[in-house]
Design a protein around this ligand. Sequence first.
Ligand code: GLY
Ligand code: MN
Ligand code: MN
Length: 460
Amino acid sequence: MSAPEPALLAACRERRARVLQQLRAAGGGVAILPTAPEAMRNRDSDYPYRHDSHFYYLSAFTEPEAVLVLVAGAEAGADRSILFCRPKHEEREIWDGFRYGPEGALAAFGFDEAHSVEELDARLPALLADRAVLAYPLAASSRIDRQVRRWLDAVRTLSRSGVAVPATVLDLHNVLDEMRLFKDAGELAVMRRAGEISAQAHVRAMRTSRAGLREYHLEAELLYEFRRHGAQSVAYNSIVATGANACVLHYRAGPAELRDGDLCLIDAGCELDGYASDITRTFPVSGRFSAAQRELYDLVLAAQEAAIAETRAGVPYNVPHDAAVRVLAQGMLDTGLLDRNQEGTLDDVLANGSYRRFYMHRTGHWLGMDVHDVGEYRVPGLAAAGTERPWRALEPGMVLTVEPGIYVRPAEDVPERYWHIGIRIEDDAVVTGGACELITRGVPVKADEIEALMREGGPR
Ligand code: GLY
Ligand code: MN
Ligand code: MN
């Protein structure tokens, strides 16, 4: 078990201090944050364990059965960060591996106190007594809700002896979501590396592609590349979709055979040290786009470029999407996917939404510890009566995907040469004061460059 980096521990300490300061501003109190439960897959096989993202953000601690408790004192000097974790256990460590135990965690992670998780019920009521505010992930899981209810009941029992029960509840996720939306330098460094690894995996899949292989063969190449560079996991289940399967948005990698003349859409990214990457590329199985494929490919790429040009600080979140939609809708009219005689002008198509027949998702999402990361897309707070909250402006340190696409299902009123073509192009962008930084361009995106790479052949 490698010890966490000092810079990560310092970042966690600073994040805890910010939560504690918000608690104090709300009247002083206690924040409680459990990590994720372990999950059984079937009988006595479990899923690989993945910590809770919010918990990791504040602790860097990755063992299951852990709870972080933050106590905001009257002044910052009296604050305490307390970890409850699994106790050392000689036999379980022989079977399942190393555990820090409270003493080890205290020494390695820089908490103020650490105790066995078995002491949680005994210690929590006293920590909650006479505090104004309780912050926890409100109604996020019935498991946590039940625990909190139990601890509050225990404090209420004490209230006959004059102890006050927290009267205000804060949603801790709400506080942390806003913090997590802005990535610090350490987080960006990990995300850049995750983006590089995922880009190399896409390169490997493109180089491997040929008619006769199956979708799962390319998935295996992706996984190999993720893992050999140290990524712990996929960030989400990989999509490897060939031919008509590319038009199924949540398709997985299946047994379909890659056929000469078809496209293959791969949407796959690794998770590295708790951070996601998310890349989509679409390429011809045998290395050469047909004329119809190339027409639509260049259209989607132009839409992505239009969205990327609008991905910069100060621009409202919806603007890149609107820019991509404008290019796609014009292209749909130009190619005859949408019939001008039926649909009218570009403005008509944008107003009536008929482009959604071929482009039915949004152009991006926040990216971070979770692939669809936390954070408000609209200005935080409540809308005035009868209004919608405005889209929030992009700010430096935000990370989002830019992923337009086009998906053509066969229909009598659709030119046959486009049938079954599904194309998406997705990159990950860091918002800066100027042009955004694309952190996933280690894999080519221009059609000519993809063809050139595939001519070189086999994975290296
Ligand atoms: N891979 C999930 C997404 O692109 O949103
Ligand atoms: Mn995405
Ligand atoms: Mn994706």
